[in-house]
Design a protein around this ligand. Structure first.
Ligand SMILES: Cc1cc2nc3c(=O)[nH]c(=O)nc-3n(C[C@H](O)[C@H](O)[C@H](O)COP(=O)(O)O)c2cc1C
Length: 175
């Protein structure tokens, strides 16, 4: 497990692991802009781009938002969070696409990330003052990796790795 900047796009995809522990250093304006730009260029159904990127970098506001999720400590610890807000009639699939692109782009610049679910959507909508019909179901946490703290946190968790490919791929039909 390493948090090195990936050497090529394929390694960026395969090597993306969540980072939940961050250095105190704020995310630079250049890195933040690059992450948001990666979001902006994400494809979406009919190219509707039915999203807004709500940047949350006020620690008090991060804490209030974290209270809307069940496993949201990374949101309290993050140096910067982005909430991809789904506009009315937008697709959740597109929110997934834009989120992964921002996290991948971050990794190419040495910025760690972790998505968290805001299980209480009404709470998130209130904290963020969203207009009616807008949804904030996820928050993306960003910060430069605290490698030692991250490694210690991982050592205490059992979940890692992925299912083998032959358990995942089927051809032509389910049966
Ligand atoms: C929809 C979604 C919600 C997640 N929510 C949380 C969360 O609330 N808290 C958290 O620490 N990690 C969260 N994660 C991160 C996953 O736990 C992580 O991607 C997965 O365990 C794989 O870990 P790895 O990237 O280190 O291999 C979430 C991931 C996804 C895709």
């Amino acid at each position: 497990m390493s948090f090195e900047i990936p050497s090529d796009p394929y390694n960026a995809v395969l090597g993306l692991r969540v980072v939940r522990k961050y250095l105190a250093e704020p995310v630079s304006a250049e890195d933040a802009a690059a992450i948001l730009e990666a979001g902006r260029w994400t494809g979406s159904a009919k190219n509707r781009q039915d999203w807004m990127f709500l940047v949350v970098d006020d620690p008090d506001q991060q804490g209030r938002l974290a209270d809307c999720g069940q496993f949201s400590q990374p949101l309290r610890d993050a140096r910067l969070a982005v909430v991809p807000v789904r506009l009315p009639d937008g697709y959740e699939f597109d929110i997934g696409r834009v989120s992964q692109n921002m996290m991948l782009a971050a990794s190419t610049r040495g910025v760690g990330s972790c998505p968290v679910t805001l299980h209480d959507e009404a709470c998130a909508a209130e904290v963020l003052s969203l207009p009616a019909g807008h949804q904030a179901r996820y928050a993306l946490c960003f910060g430069y990796p605290d490698i030692e703290a991250e490694a210690a946190g991982r050592a205490s968790r059992s979940m890692s790795g992925r299912k083998p490919i032959d358990e995942l791929v089927i051809r032509n039909r389910w049966a």
